[in-house]
Design a protein around this ligand. Sequence first.
Ligand SMILES: [Zn+2]
Length: 283
Amino acid sequence: MKKILLLLLYLIIIFISIFVWKKFLVYHQLETKVNMQYNAEPVYLEHSNEFNIVNANYIEKYYDRYLAYKKLHSDYNDDTIITYVNIGLDHSFYTNMENTDMSDGILVLCNKYHTLKSNYVPNLVNLPGKYGGGQMQKEAASFFMKMVDAAKKDGISLRNVSGYRSYATQKYLYNSYVSRDGVSKADTYSARPGTSEHQTGLASDINTASSKAHFERTKEYAWLIKNSYKYGFILRYLEGKTFITGYKYEPWHFRYVGEKVATEINKLGITYEEYYVTYIMKG
Ligand SMILES: [Zn+2]
């Protein structure tokens, strides 16, 4: 009898020991797991909420790109980081290319990240000779002519020197600039085929297409800066914004986006890239 009681006592002690040991193991594992999680992605824990809250244009799939860009540009605030990454600036021009979203209509974005198909030809109309000739999309052409007529009443003479240009024409132009100046210089002023806004039929080089002409010093330019938005045109390649647009200042290159958007952009004083990713792009 005594032996049986002793055996029972042993068994009870063993069971209690196992139970306590198991509890300790589970607790220990849990603690390790929590530590591991914390150590593995402290950056994520630190920044995820911040990005979600501050900017309506935050795009979940670009999360890693935002973080990488933020590391390189600690002087930019989160709004700027998100805008610039959405534009594509965390990649070099002509890398990470996407097809232009043609459903945007007159608001299409065609630049060094968004390319048109080589066979894309918009519906075009001819501009009469007194407007400089050439071709543009119908709506753009109609407002271009209204703008030229209004300018004329103010004693300002405007004409289109280059409107629509086909993929093939752009290819020829770009290649001839490359053979003259080399790729890197040609890229500062000429678009690679498929990325020229002139292929959209929504752009016009007005009066000149040469920086040597210093169009920015003319009364024609001053008139355009003051009035072009009323006819739906914006100055496309702004001074000091080469790092966004990919082009040096082109005081002659105007782009039709419609009166409403042109008025907003004129008020904001930003590039079309910034406007597009903030107000038009579908994430
Ligand atoms: Zn142009």
